[in-house]
Write a protein that binds this ligand. Structure first.
Ligand code: HEM
Length: 136
C-alpha cells in the first residue's frame, strides 16, 4: 500500500460507499442474515464507522460516540454462522470493488476476530433496541 492510509486504499468516501452498498445487497439476499437486520436496511452507520476505522476522520464518533461494537450488537441475535457470513459478504463486497489484496489482509486480520467477538446468541444480554444512542 506504500504510504497510503487504509482509507485511501479503499477509495476514500466514495469507495467506502460502494463497498458498504455491495455488502448490504449481499446481506439482503442471504436468508440467514436478512432477518437479523432491521426491515429498513440503512447502510449509513457502517459507512461512517468504516471511514473512521480506516483513518478517514471521526464522523462516526461525532454522531454516535464510542463505537462499543459488541454492546451495540446486543439487540441482534448473532450466531457463529452469522459471523462467518458477515465476513464472507464483506470480503465479497471488497473483491467486487477491487480493494487491493494488501489492504484486505490488514482489515480482515482485525475484523476476523472482531466478527467472532460479536457472537452473542447464547448469552443473556439486553436485547432492547439502542437505535441511534450516543454511547460513551
Ligand atoms: C458478526 C456478524 C455481524 C452481524 C450479524 C451484524 C449485524 C448488525 C446489525 C443487525 C446492525 C444494525 C443495523 C445496521 O446498522 O445495519 C449492525 C450495525 C453495525 N455493525 Fe454489525 N454485525 C456484525 C459484525 C460487525 C462487525 C465485524 C463490524 C465492524 C467491523 C460491525 C459494524 C457495525 C456498525 C459500525 C454498526 C452500526 C452500529 C450503531 O452505531 O448502531 N458489525 N450490525
Amino acid at each position: 500500500m506504500g504510504g497510503m492510509t487504509l482509507f485511501e486504499a479503499l477509495g476514500g468516501r466514495e469507495g467506502i460507499d460502494k463497498i458498504v452498498e455491495e455488502f448490504y445487497s449481499r446481506v439482503e439476499q442471504d436468508s440467514h442474515m436478512r432477518p437479523i437486520y432491521p426491515q429498513d436496511l440503512e447502510p449509513g452507520k457502517l459507512k461512517l464507522f468504516m471511514e473512521q476505522w480506516t483513518g478517514g476522520g471521526p464522523r462516526y464518533s461525532e454522531r454516535y460516540g464510542h463505537p462499543r461494537l459488541r454492546r451495540r450488537h446486543f439487540p441482534f441475535v448473532i450466531d457463529k454462522l452469522a459471523a462467518g457470513k458477515w465476513l464472507r459478504h464483506m470480503r465479497g463486497a471488497m473483491q467486487a470493488c477491487n480493494v487491493p489484496g494488501e489492504a484486505q489482509s490488514v482489515i480482515f486480520q482485525s475484523w476476523g476476530p472482531l466478527a467472532h467477538h460479536m457472537v452473542n446468541d447464547d448469552e443473556d444480554v439486553p436485547r432492547e433496541p439502542l437505535n441511534d444512542a450516543v454511547l460513551q
